[in-house]
Design a protein around this ligand. Sequence first.
Ligand code: OFO
Length: 174
Amino acid sequence: MLSSKVSQALNKQIELEASSSQYYLAMASWAETQGLNGVSAFLYSHADEERMHMIKLVRFVNERGGHGVVPALKQPPVTFKSVKAVFEEILKHEIKVTNEINNLVDITLKEKDYTTHNFLQWYVSEQIEEEALARQTVDKLKLIGDDKGGLYFFDRDMTALAAASGEVDAEKGA
Ligand code: OFO
């Protein structure tokens, strides 16, 4: 059974994962309107991934005798300055998510909730991957700078990355 402190903290995380999903979905839709089909495919699949992170938490809370609450969400931005700005935002956002996961892990230790602590390890490793990917992508975009040809190839690479990340998620059950 979850303590009310852990249950509240997990529900806060549910809201953060849900808003991450909406945020990346808004980015995907914007990228699609810019003709960046690879970037948008990657972002659509990233938005789906965040939704899975949310559902995984909802189901865990319910399984442990709590109630996973589906939250109301604020509207994310509609337009973005550039592809680089999008990935810089993603990196900033993922660092924030990592900090929140770490806080959650800390709460479970204080509450001596080792089951939830164990469950959260999946999110701890997931955040290492998410942050690394965002960081690498920002670095690539810095190299490309204003080169339109470079952006064309970057967009093409993102199509492959979106397909690969879909396959990995299916294997992980994420
Ligand atoms: Fe759920 O990992 Fe990104 O936000």
